[in-house]
Design a protein around this ligand. Structure first.
Ligand code: CTP
Ligand code: CA
Length: 228
C-alpha cells in the first residue's frame, strides 16, 4: 500500500482485535490447540494504532512482543477469549475476530495428569462445542452501528468452492465483513504474507493481492473505516 506515515483516520475510535489460537486443556499439561500464529491479528492491531485508534488486542497464546501503544489482554482458552472480547466490545466501534478459537473443548478437564494404561489402551476424548464468539458479537451488538469483522480459513471441497463456503459463513455469522483466506496446503500459517478476499454483507467482494499481513490489515481497516 506504500503507507509511509499513516493518516490518522481512526483517531477517536476504539477497536478490538483478537489474535492467536486458543488452547483447551485435557489435564494440567496437555491441550488441544491449532496452528494460528497471531501474526495477522498483531498486524491489524499495529495498523489500527498507526491510524490513531485506541486498540485493545486480545491475544491467545501468542509469542510475539506487545505492539507499542496497544492494550494487550492475554488469554488461553476460548471461554477466556470470549469473556475478554465481549467485555471490551461493549465500548468498541469495531471488532475484528482474527483469532482461531478452538471449536471443541474436552467435556471434562482432569485435575491430575492423565496416565498411560499398562494394557496399551488409549482414552477416548469426549468433546463439547465451544460458544461462537463472532456469532454472539454480531447478534447482540451493544452498539448497533459498530462494525464486526470475521476471518474464514477455507478450502474448497465436494460440497462447494471456497467462496461458496465463505458466503454461507458470512450469512450464518451475521458479521459485516468476512476476510477469506485459502488455506489449501496450510501455506498461510506463520507466513509473513497473506492473500485474501474481503466479503461484505452490503457490497461487492474486495480482492486483496498477495502481500504483507500489514498490507492486508490496512485493506481491512479501509473497509471498516468506510462503514463507521
Ligand atoms: N469464531 C468465533 N468463535 C468460535 C469459532 C470461530 O468467534 N467458537 C470466529 C473466528 O474468530 C473467525 C470466524 O468465527 O473470525 C470464522 O471461524 P471459522 O473457524 O472459519 O468458523 P466456524 O464457524 O468455526 O466454522 P468451521 O466449521 O468452518 O470451522
Ligand atoms: Ca472453526
Amino acid at each position: 500500500l506504500g503507507r509511509g506515515v499513516a493518516t490518522p483516520d481512526l483517531a477517536g475510535r476504539h477497536v478490538v482485535v483478537s489474535a492467536g489460537g486458543t488452547r483447551e486443556f485435557l489435564d494440567p499439561v496437555r491441550f488441544l490447540g491449532n496452528r494460528s500464529s497471531g501474526l495477522q491479528g498483531y498486524a491489524l492491531a499495529r495498523a489500527a494504532a498507526a491510524r490513531g485508534a485506541e486498540v485493545t488486542l486480545v491475544a491467545a497464546n501468542v509469542t510475539l512482543p506487545d505492539p507499542a501503544g496497544v492494550k494487550v489482554v492475554r488469554v488461553s482458552t476460548t471461554a477466556e477469549l470470549r469473556d475478554a472480547v465481549l467485555s471490551s466490545a461493549a465500548a468498541a466501534d469495531a471488532v475484528v475476530m482474527a483469532a482461531a478459537p478452538a471449536d471443541f473443548r474436552p467435556t471434562a478437564v482432569s485435575e491430575a495428569k492423565i496416565k498411560k494404561a499398562d494394557d496399551g489402551s488409549a482414552p477416548t476424548l469426549e468433546l463439547t462445542q465451544n460458544p461462537d464468539i463472532l456469532l454472539e458479537l454480531s447478534s447482540h451488538r451493544s452498539r448497533p452501528e459498530s462494525v464486526v469483522v470475521g476471518f474464514a480459513a477455507e478450502t474448497g471441497d465436494e460440497s462447494g468452492t471456497i467462496l461458496e463456503h465463505a458466503r454461507a459463513k458470512l450469512a450464518r455469522k451475521g458479521c459485516d465483513l468476512l476476510v477469506v483466506n485459502d488455506v489449501s496446503g496450510g501455506a498461510v500459517f506463520g507466513s509473513p504474507e497473506n492473500e485474501a478476499v474481503i466479503l461484505a454483507a452490503d457490497g461487492e467482494p474486495v480482492p486483496v493481492a498477495r502481500g504483507s499481513k500489514t498490507a492486508l490489515a490496512h485493506a481491512i481497516w479501509d473497509q471498516v473505516r468506510g462503514r463507521l
